[in-house]
Structures are given as structure tokens and as C-alpha cells.
Design a protein around this ligand. Structure first.
Ligand code: SAJ
Length: 416
């Protein structure tokens, strides 16, 4: 069974790199997106967001004729669904984008296609997606029962790190879970086109849960570090020295505290486990609460640092959700700046973020927040909050000696 054409539904941070890498390996790819801007950009060979090396892959794939974008799916041998799975206000998963993808796919299926869900999903979602499609197409089946043509459904969660997507797509091991063993094998054959890592086969629910567990593992470990930062503060000791010393134990490897956990994965995915097993997932829920509580703790540290000053000026170094990227989504640094500026309107916040040239929407309307360079912040602030450990801040950090500093990332810590 050869796969010569693939439809990729959703041309975002995962779908577009996957589409581009398949196309660069000779597979004909039709990328599908709801955004006319995204479709237009891709068809011009451009990338609508920043990810190292992606632009070269996309422009090469489009000019070779192997990649094009459209607004609705077209007949293909396989489909990869890579749409968002956010949560709603009550932390319950929002599967509406997967539902829309299923609705769009159902009419174009002919029988024999492979349909892969890549979106991070609550346990059971691949089965639900199959059920949504088969409800509209009772002439098809997942197993050939009743002599109906088979659609092969599998889940293959993405595990790539933003900023290293084009490398990790090729080198990471992948988990492939099929609704049937044959579906898993067919999905493995597709990923073998570009994946040099090991491809591990299982069932769909185990694959869905494995992805959630990976990000929950990291969240729980970051929560441990964040909790230690509160404990150390209460005891009057340096948390960075504490962790550095404890990590000399051969079986201890504590992560780093920060101002909170940002991004659209680690702060979201653990809730899907909590939702699926609310009585059992007590540690995972608590870790989320610890990490979500950290920005407020930092806020109070900032306010303590300028207590007694009538019109204080606070410098905030970094707005991104982690170092050396321009991604501001779900960033605790942005939340902290907004909270300082709105709760205490007599405060001026000088935000320093070398990776952007204008403030994000949630800060742009605030008259007391300005985007400035590090020199201006160093010279003009009463307190200095280090929120993101960008490499670009190294020389600024050296100039903070003797100033009023709130260091949420251990940038001023002695490392010897
Ligand atoms: N953070 C800390 N302390 C640490 C490590 C991270 O506070 O010691 C914070 C970061 O500053 C950031 C947040 O955690 O705010 C998340 O950053 P990250 O680098 O840990 O992870 P993401 O969200 O960029 O990518 C994760 C990865 N998952 C794991 O490492 C288990 C990636 O492999 C996944 O593909 C991605 O989520 C995803 O899409 O699910």
C-alpha cells in the first residue's frame, strides 16, 4: 500500500511543519486551513509564524509543486488532523475543532484511507472522531464488518519542542496507536517517510494517554521546583543554591522554578487527565494549581519591592513564555505585567522583550506599560523583575548588581 498524497487538516505549529516535511520527502500534500490568510501565505511559500528552518522547507515544497493549501479537504490516501484542542472555562476539553475536521473529512472519504489524529487529545478521542465520521458515512467501517470498506484510524501525538520542531520531527521517537493493529501499522509506514526515531505501536487510547502523561510529568516536576521556591523564600534561603546542591545526589534531578508555566501544552494537557479521572489524578491537579498560583506570588513580590514609593517604575525583563523565542501565548510574564499595571495604575511598567517590536494586545491598551530596550529599563526603574532567561539579557543582568531585583529565573544566582 503506497501513500502518495496526504491531506493535512490544520496548518498551525504542528500541521504546517509536518506538511512541509512530508512534501520535502516527495509526498504530495494538500494542507487545509480555515484561515484565508494562512492559505494565502502557504501558497506564496511563506510561513505565518516563527519557527527556525521552517520557512525554507515551506518555500521549497511549494515551489516544487508538492505542497499547496486549500480551504476544504480533497481526496487523498491519508489524512493527518492537527487542529487545536484547548480547554473551556471549566478546564473541560474543547473538541469542537476535531469535530469540524471530522465533518469536513466525512464527505471526501472513499474507503481504504488512513486518518491520523495528531492533536493532543483526551483518552477516547480517536474513537469519537471515528464515530463522528462513520455516523455520516454508514457505508464505511473501521474493521470491514458487513463488507463495508475500511477507514484506518490512528492516533500519533506530536512531541516536538517549539523552537526545535524541524529537528525533533525527524529525530524524536513516535508513539502510534491504532483503533486496529492494521491502522497502527499503516500509520507507522507513513511516519517512516521522514521519522528517523523509533516508531512504537500501541492502541489509540494508550497513545492518547501517553502524550498527556509526558506533559503532566514535566508539569508535576516544575511544580515541585516552584513549590520549593516558596518554601525556600519562607526559610530565607536561596532556592537556586538549594536545588544545585540537592542535584548533586546521583538520583535527584530537580527542574528550575520560574514565574509560572506557560505555553499551550504543559499548562493545558494535564487537565485532560484530571477531567478523565478526577478522583484519582490528585497530584496532577495539585501540580496545575501550584504552577498556576506562581504568577500571583511573583506579583506580590514585585509589589513588596516598590512598597512605599508613590509612583513606582517597574522594569520587567522578558514577556515570552520561555527563553529565546517570540511566543507570548499563555505567558506568565505577560500576566504578571498586566496584573501589576491594572491592579496598581499609579505604577509604570517598562517591559523589555527583544524578540518583539510591539506589545501584545493584552498590554497594548494599557497607558502605563511601555516596550523599551534594556538600557532604558536599567536606568529608569525602581525595581527589576527578571521574568524570562533570554540569552540576550546576560549583559543586562550583570548591570543589576546592587539594584532592587526580583529574580524569578535564577539569572543572578551564583552557579559555582
Ligand atoms: N519551565 C520551568 N522550569 C523548567 C522547565 C520549564 O518553569 O525547569 C517552564 C517554561 O518556562 C515554560 C513552560 O515550563 O513556561 C513549558 O516549557 P517547556 O520547554 O517545558 O515545554 P513546551 O511547552 O515548549 O513543550 C512541551 C514539550 N513537552 C515535554 O518536554 C514533556 C514538548 O516536547 C511537547 O511536544 C510540547 O510541550 C507539546 O506540544 O505538547
Amino acid at each position: 500500500m503506497g501513500i502518495s498524497t496526504v491531506g493535512v487538516i490544520g496548518l498551525g505549529y504542528i500541521g504546517l511543519p509536518t506538511a512541509a516535511i512530508l512534501a520535502s520527502n516527495g509526498v504530495g500534500v494538500i494542507g487545509v486551513d480555515v484561515s484565508p490568510e494562512t492559505i494565502g501565505a502557504v501558497n506564496r511559500g511563506q510561513v505565518p509564524f516563527v519557527e527556525p528552518d521552517l520557512a525554507g522547507y515551506v518555500s521549497g515544497a511549494v515551489s516544487s509543486g508538492k505542497l499547496r493549501a486549500a480551504s476544504v479537504p480533497e481526496p487523498a490516501d491519508a489524512y493527518i488532523v492537527a487542529v487545536p484542542t484547548p480547554f473551556m472555562g471549566d478546564h473541560k476539553p474543547d473538541l469542537s475543532y476535531i469535530r469540524s475536521a471530522a465533518d469536513a473529512l466525512a464527505p471526501v472519504l472513499r474507503g481504504g484511507e488512513l486518518v491520523i489524529l495528531e492533536s493532543t487529545s483526551p483518552p477516547g478521542t480517536t474513537r469519537r472522531m471515528a464515530d463522528w465520521i462513520l455516523a455520516q458515512r454508514p457505508d464505511l467501517s473501521t474493521d470491514g464488518s458487513g463488507d463495508r470498506p475500511v477507514i484506518y484510524f490512528a492516533h500519533c501525538p506530536e512531541r516536538v519542542l517549539p523552537g526545535k520542531v524541524m529537528v525533533e520531527l525527524v529525530t524524536n521517537d513516535r508513539i502510534v496507536g491504532g483503533l486496529t493493529p492494521e491502522a497502527a501499522q499503516r500509520a507507522r509506514d507513513l511516519y517512516q517517510v521522514f521519522c528517523q526515531g523509533e516508531i512504537l505501536l500501541t492502541d489509540a487510547v494508550t497513545a492518547e494517554t501517553a502524550k498527556l502523561v509526558e506533559n503532566s510529568f514535566r508539569d508535576v516536576n516544575i511544580a515541585f521546583a516552584n513549590e520549593l521556591s516558596l518554601v525556600a523564600d519562607k526559610l530565607g534561603i536561596d532556592v537556586w543554591e538549594l536545588i544545585r546542591l540537592a542535584n548533586h545526589h546521583p538520583r535527584v534531578n530537580i527542574l528550575q522554578p520560574g514565574p509560572g508555566v506557560g505555553g499551550h501544552c504543559i499548562a493545558v494537557d494535564p487537565w485532560f487527565i484530571v477531567d478523565a479521572a478526577p478522583e484519582e489524578a490528585r497530584l496532577i491537579r495539585t501540580a496545575r494549581e501550584v504552577n498556576d498560583g506562581k504568577p500571583r506570588w511573583v506579583l506580590h513580590k514585585v509589589l513588596d519591592a516598590v512598597a512605599g514609593i508613590e509612583f513606582p517604575v517597574v522594569a520587567a525583563y522578558g514577556l515570552a513564555f520561555k527563553p529565546n523565542i517570540d511566543d507570548l501565548r499563555e505567558s506568565p510574564a505577560v500576566d504578571i505585567v498586566r496584573e501589576v499595571a491594572t491592579t496598581f495604575p499609579h505604577t509604570t511598567v517598562l517591559a523589555v522583550e527583544p524578540h518583539i517590536d510591539k506589545l501584545p494586545g493584552s498590554l497594548a491598551g494599557l497607558a502605563n506599560v511601555r516596550l523599551v530596550d534594556a538600557e532604558e529599563a536599567l536606568a529608569g526603574a525602581d525595581a527589576h523583575a527578571l521574568l524570562v532567561d533570554h540569552a540576550a539579557f546576560r549583559s543586562a543582568v550583570g548591570q543589576l548588581v546592587g539594584k532592587n531585583v526580583i529574580d524569578t529565573r535564577g539569572m543572578t544566582a551564583v552557579t559555582a
